[in-house]
Design a protein around this ligand. Sequence first.
Ligand SMILES: *[C@@H]1O[C@H](CO)[C@@H](O)[C@H](O)[C@H]1NC(C)=O
Length: 280
Amino acid sequence: MGKQPVIIVLLSCCLLAVAAAAAAAAAAPSSAAGHDEEADEGMSTYIVHVMPAHAPLRGARVRLARTHYSSFVRELLPPHIARPAPRLLYSYAHAMTGFAARLTAQQAAHLAAQPSIAAVVRGTVYKLHTTLSSTFLHLSPSSGLQAESNGATDAVIAVLDTGIYPKDRASFAPLPSLPPTPPPTFRGGCVSGPNFDARVYCNNKLVGAKMFYRGYEFAKGPMNETVESKSPLDTDGHGTHCASIAAGSPVPDANLLGFATGVAKGTAPAARIAVRMLHR
Ligand SMILES: *[C@@H]1O[C@H](CO)[C@@H](O)[C@H](O)[C@H]1NC(C)=O
């Protein structure tokens, strides 16, 4: 009974943590994975939410937290289910307290029954659902956060990435429903550079575009301008993609090679965008 409220609060972190642990497991080098598989047989990845009173002191170093949780688990498991030895993958101290580990189903069930543990959640590999994220998050113009935030027209989302490619992109075109100028508290601006004319590309949707390359040149020497540009123009695609996910305007009749036709729009479609191109 007493555990219930904590579980509810922590559940929202689970999705992130599970996804992170699953992604990390998937990214393990194949040679190491092959080697580990034998000792790992019958084990799965679990996220273990530990009651805060049993967590290492806040601010403990990551290595100390891992050592803490390794012995925490060893002490909780009775000898008959102690093997194969659990393997700690990550420890968590910010959005939740606990750790991710490879455990057998028996070990996980035993941990879940301990008063010092709030919840044990088995890791799941999630498929990407990008075209449905807004629906999944119940974001609609008429209800929920989007409506409550009044369209977020007074918010400017800063995108620190590879710049932006706004040419012929309806996601970043001027939007008549938005006020003509950026919110009065916005201190940024648009600068021009090679192949980027701020007077053409910046508008009431794309309110900021700047590039920062001086630190890069100090560290790496003069930039090779045949492959990179000293401009907010995105020659990679990543920054443009992320900016449209964050705040792209609604674009009807969008599709991918003829598939999945529908309205493409950002999570906060009425927010403004300010990009900062940072060099890799
Ligand atoms: C710049 O990059 C191009 C293409 O990779 C290369 O051919 C050229 O030699 C580079 N220039 C300098 C100064 O490194």
